[in-house]
Design a protein around this ligand. Structure first.
Ligand code: ATP
Length: 448
């Protein structure tokens, strides 16, 4: 990430260029919900595609799944979410603002923590007012299934995609005949009624997860855990995140979730500090064991080699698309001086760039527009493209740089006689002349 990136600049760029909008903005918005604009949806799809390719398509031990968002509520009893998926919440008695007690405590200087056995007395960070006692607040969104709103019809929007994979373990095993070790991957929406959403799209109430449940023989779990930590770390580096702003951190014992034997986090250095992009947990046989207990079904694997039934251990790499999108944008953002002007540029990996090629006639001259439109039609079946003929060519290059388009193709007056166009590369600004007949092949070599 260039030191020039700030959250404010990113929010402004995302709004101005149609990457991320505040949800229901014309009604004043709604906290923790965001809409992805025309370029944002492309970027998001590209992140998901890159992940799916790496963890499903290119592997022989992974399959995909797309489970429902609303599940039988017993799932959440078995998983522990109904009892434990809660954060401590405090309110300011004066200004009425609401905070997560654990987050406030984290900002108390170490000396205050170390002092007495009782918790330090915290004040409202906004107005210094007195705070209420912490109350536990369950983060799951509740809804009702069917026309009657009573206790029997209560259901929840899933707070993670993981449980859909655990409860389908038997179905997937039977239908794919996979042998251990194997994994299930899923991308989908998750919902958490976060007490304090914020930092743009970092912490949302509706977000998308990309999760893997990788089932292994007990005893081989630690080895597979290391495998996935390395694989996932490498994935971020391959997509161009700056190595010095990316780290893998092993959680301390006291940080572990109730189901985890060991957990690593892939963290990115955002302007607000090192923050989690992905958690990679060893969940042991906790989930399959609990679902077997609550459903009365057998959720085991028959090992033909040993003739034994085993409950597999699970390694879970779990990441959030929205958080990753923010990290990729922050990391790619740069500004540089070109001929006395500042150009803002997103140095996005070409696989992630929302638009791969922009087609730009030198001007709106009536002789240039028809061949430019033909070139555009030639490229559209192959890549996401944009056509832009408004304003001076230099400004149009800047507009494409700002949204990370790796290549611009320019049609000028020479095109009318030599049937060739200019390809301009985003980062180096180098230009090469290519016959239109070779354009698709030339771009394919650069992009694929
Ligand atoms: P945090 O500690 O930041 O609340 P978590 O440890 O609760 O996160 P997990 O339950 O491990 O998060 O979820 C896996 C991934 O899902 C996270 O690494 C993150 O990328 C994403 N994620 C979780 N909660 C949110 C949220 N509220 N908004 C956006 N992404 C989220």
């Amino acid at each position: 990430m260039s030191t020039k990136a700030t959250v404010e600049k990113l929010v402004s760029l995302c709004k101005r260029r149609g990457i991320v909008f505040q949800s229901s903005e014309i009604y004043g918005g709604i906290g923790g919900f965001w809409d992805y604009g025309p370029l944002g949806v492309e970027l998001k799809n590209n992140i998901k595609r890159a992940w799916w390719k790496a963890v499903v398509q290119e592997r022989d031990d992974m399959v995909g799944l797309d489970a429902a968002i609303v599940m039988n509520p017993t799932v959440w009893k078995a998983s522990g979410h109904l009892d434990t998926f809660a954060d401590p919440m405090v309110d300011c008695k004066d200004c009425k603002r609401r905070f997560r007690a654990d987050e406030l405590a984290r900002h108390v200087p170490a000396s205050a923590h170390g002092h007495a056995a009782e918790a330090p007395i915290l004040r409202c960070p906004e107005c210094g007012g007195e705070l209420t006692e912490p109350r536990m607040f369950n983060l799951m969104f509740r809804t009702y299934v069917g026309p009657v709103e009573d206790d029997a019809s209560v259901a929840y929007l899933r707070p993670e995609t993981a449980q859909g994979m655990f409860v389908n373990f038997g179905n997937v095993l039977q239908t794919t005949r996979k042998k251990l070790p194997f994994g299930i991957a899923q991308i989908g929406k998750a919902f958490r009624n976060e007490i304090t959403p914020g930092n743009f799209i970092f912490r949302d109430r509706e977000f998308e997860q990309m999760e893997i449940e990788y089932f292994v023989k007990p005893g081989t779990d630690e080895e597979w855990h290391q495998h996935w930590v390395e694989e996932r770390h490498r994935w971020y580096l391959n997509l161009g995140l700056s190595p010095e702003r990316l780290r893998v951190r092993r959680l301390d014992r006291e940080e572990l979730a109730h189901y985890a034997k060991d957990t690593y986090e892939v963290e990115y250095l955002f302007p607000m500090g090192w923050s989690e992009l992905e958690g990679i947990a060893n969940r042991t046989d906790f989930d399959l064991g609990r679902h077997a207990e609550f459903s009365g079904r057998v959720l085991e694997y028959f090992d033909e080699e040993t003739g034994e039934h085993v409950v597999p251990y699970v390694i879970e790499p779990s990441s959030g698309v929205d958080r990753l999108l923010m990290a990729f944008l922050m990391d790619a953002y740069d500004e540089e001086e070109v001929r006395g002007e500042t150009r803002a540029i997103l140095r996005l990996h070409k696989d992630l760039a929302p638009t791969k090629v922009a087609v730009l006639p030198l001007s709106r001259n009536e002789q240039l527009v028809p061949p430019a439109r033909e070139v555009w039609a030639l490229l559209r079946p192959h890549w996401m493209t944009q056509y832009d003929d408004a304003q001076a060519i230099g400004r149009r290059y800047r507009r494409q740089d700002e949204v990370g388009t790796p290549y611009c193709v320019t049609i000028d007056f020479d095109t009318l006689t030599d049937q060739a166009v200019t390809i301009r590369e985003r980062d180096s600004m180098e230009q090469v002349r290519v016959p239109i007949a070779n354009l698709v092949a030339a771009l394919r070599e650069k992009l694929d």
